[in-house]
Design a protein around this ligand. Structure first.
Ligand code: HDL
Ligand code: ZN
Length: 440
């Protein structure tokens, strides 16, 4: 049998991998963060960290506060009760609780004293612009992709007003209502916005949907389109979701050279009383995604699935389709136990043609913990893999490790996106958004 590398050699490899990961900035390709120009939409600071919907769900398991009483509290009151419940009455063992402590620690704050008022005072000294730079630099994140929905009234107004873009924040066009609630929600709203659509998917309506997608792709300079799909999404399918995908969304993506990101397996509102914290998980039908991708060889697809049980079949699907790029350990899978399992499975099945993580952060400060924890886990798996190579005599060089990490931290994603864009010479469609330029 090939002899494993020596403990000394492995330790040297581990140190080299950890150093490379620590020093390589990340392109965080899916978040719910916003360019600071969006004002209140960008959440940050200790109270937003504590009322993050992951902790809300966990706190409700520990106390008997009636739902409506909790929701009637102010953000600070909610944060107080969550802090007391999950951090003082019980040890903050869960990944989202640990994440708050890692974040505070990475900011150089003392959590030993458990002094929430003192922590609040520290955050109160910051302004959002300086804090955004401070947090991104400490987190080793140099670009953040937002989730941008024209169906969000507050966000839409900011885009329509126009603003000076922060080049660190790229945009993704989120179209869930268009695909998931076409006739009762999206169609009437597109009509209000001047698109001459009807609930029936006539040729004219499809043309107007494409005009809507084109307008918003240009307005936000979308890097990809995205949708979160329920477990029961099937393809082929005689429903507005599948038909709008085929006739409008995927042709639009081909025209603009953009990937289409699908995030399957969300059961929205399993417990509506928990509001944003009330969504659950369901198995998706991998075969439908294979059929969709096989039927559209000229489209690029990004997928991150919510169910742990779907990860393996999606990795195998990625081996079959070079126009499928897997990304992240999304939402409930974003725990060390599954991040390690999924990263190991992906690297062993599809090598480095994957983006192992995105933060999905909703609160700016979370990128500190989400990337600290993930770098540690990716380092562990990568070291094992390089040690396996070294055991055969194939010694990975420092330059090769650096190249591979850059790939995993956004390089493979950008090459994947660029591959498509290169095929469609629509330079006029997506004029570059220069620093300081207003996107109208
Ligand atoms: O649909 C999504 O993009 C999910 O990430 C949801 O926003 C979810 O609420 C979330 O924040 N997950 O981390
Ligand atoms: Zn998300």
């Amino acid at each position: 049998m090939t002899q494993p590398v020596s403990t000394k050699r492995r330790a040297a490899l581990a140190a080299q991998v950890e150093k490379t990961l620590a020093n390589t900035p990340v392109y965080d390709i899916h978040t719910h963060l916003y360019d600071p120009a969006f004002g209140e939409l960008l959440l940050w600071g200790i109270d937003d960290l504590l009322v993050y919907h992951y902790l809300v769900a966990e706190a409700f398991r520990q106390f008997d506060v009636p739902y409506d009483k909790f929701w009637a509290m102010s953000k600070q009151q909610q944060a107080d009760v969550i802090w007391d419940t999950l951090f003082i009455q019980h040890s903050p063992i869960s990944e989202s609780c640990r994440g708050v402590l890692t974040t505070l620690n990475r900011l150089g704050l003392d959590v030993k004293k458990r002094d929430l008022p003192k922590l609040r005072k520290w955050f109160a000294k910051w302004n959002v612009a300086d804090y955004t730079t401070h947090v991104m630099e400490r987190a080793g994140v140099n670009r953040i992709c937002m989730t941008n929905s024209p169906f969000d009234d507050i966000e839409r107004a900011v885009w329509e007003r126009g603003f000076e873009r922060d080049p660190r924040f790229t945009a993704a066009l989120r179209i869930d209502p268009l695909l998931l609630s076409w006739s009762d929600s999206a169609a009437p709203r597109l009509r209000d916005w001047g698109y001459n659509v009807t609930p029936e998917l006539s040729e004219k309506t499809v043309k107007e949907v494409r005009r809507f997608l084109a307008d918003w792709t240009r307005r936000i300079d979308a890097q990809y389109l995205m949708v979160s799909l329920p477990p029961d999404f099937i393809y082929p399918g005689n429903n507005s979701c599948a038909r709008l995908m085929e006739t409008a969304v995927l042709p639009h993506c081909r025209e603009f050279g953009l990937p289409f990101a699908m995030m399957p397996g969300v059961k929205r509102g399993v417990n509506p009383l928990l509001k944003l914290a009330g969504d659950g998980v369901g198995l998706c039908d991998t075969a439908s995604y294979e059929s969709l991708i096989a039927a559209h060889p000229d489209n690029q697809f990004l997928i991150t699935a919510l169910a742990r049980e779907n990860q393996y079949s999606l990795c195998v699907a990625a081996r079959k389709f070079r126009n499928l790029h897997l990304f992240g350990c999304w939402w409930f899978t974003n725990i060390p136990y599954l991040i390690e399992e999924m990263t190991r499975m992906r690297l062993e099945l599809i090598g480095l043609s994957v983006t192992p993580q995105h933060s999905d952060a909703r609160v700016l400060d979370q990128i500190l913990y989400k990337w600290d924890h993930s770098r540690r886990l990716i380092a562990k798996v990568l070291t094992d893999k390089y040690a396996d190579l070294a055991a055969t005599g194939w010694e990975p060089t420092g330059a090769e490790i650096q190249r591979d990490v850059q790939d995993l931290f956004g390089g493979a994603f950008e090459r994947f996106c660029g591959r498509h864009a290169a095929r469609v010479a629509h330079a006029s469609v997506r004029p570059p958004v220069k620093r300081g330029q207003r996107r109208v």
